[in-house]
Design a protein around this ligand. Structure first.
Ligand code: RP5
Length: 149
């Protein structure tokens, strides 16, 4: 994530990754304030065994786009709403990536879905996650079926 101020929103992703038993690392790396750190992190990610990167940022949210420029592993962007524009600035910064460097962008503050998408991608290589995803969906459906108002 771009700042510790993104931590609260991004914690929804940590919760999902922990629920599925997916090992992960959390980092604050700003595309603007420490671009050299981002270049090092993203360009070494594949060789360090990282399969997917979830990048959450707000404002002129270049973090996922610049990350994706330095690696060919999948990058999922989480636009984070700041004080201005209700997160529309971050959303457009991510979803409007120019052709050639894709960022899979989820909803504003959609950290939970970002992690679920990461787990789906990982399930292509780690078969045990397939059953875990099916179980997650079953429970979600059951909860809806049992809902009374
Ligand atoms: C972005 O600027 C961060 O991702 C954060 O969402 C936003 C504001 O950062 P702070 O000023 O709170 O550090 O780079």
């Amino acid at each position: 994530m771009g700042s510790t101020s993104d931590l609260e929103v991004m914690s929804a992703a940590f919760a999902i990754l922990e629920q599925f038993g997916v090992p992960y690392e959390k980092k604050v790396i700003s595309a603007h304030r420490a671009p050299y750190l981002l270049a090092d992190y993203a360009s070494s990610a594949r060789n360090r065994g990282i399969d997917v990167i979830i990048a959450g940022a707000g404002g002129a949210a270049h973090l996922p786009g610049v990350t994706a420029a330095y690696t060919t592993i999948p990058v999922i962007g989480v636009p984070i709403s700041g004080k201005a524009f209700g997160g529309m600035d971050s959303l457009l910064s991510m979803v409007q990536m120019p052709s050639g460097i894709p960022v899979a962008t989820v909803a504003v503050n959609g950290a939970k879905n970002a992690a679920l998408l990461a787990v789906s991608i990982l399930s292509l290589s780690y078969g045990e996650l397939v059953e875990a995803l099916d179980e997650f969906r079953r429970k979600q459906t059951e909860a809806i079926e049992k809902t009374e108002i």
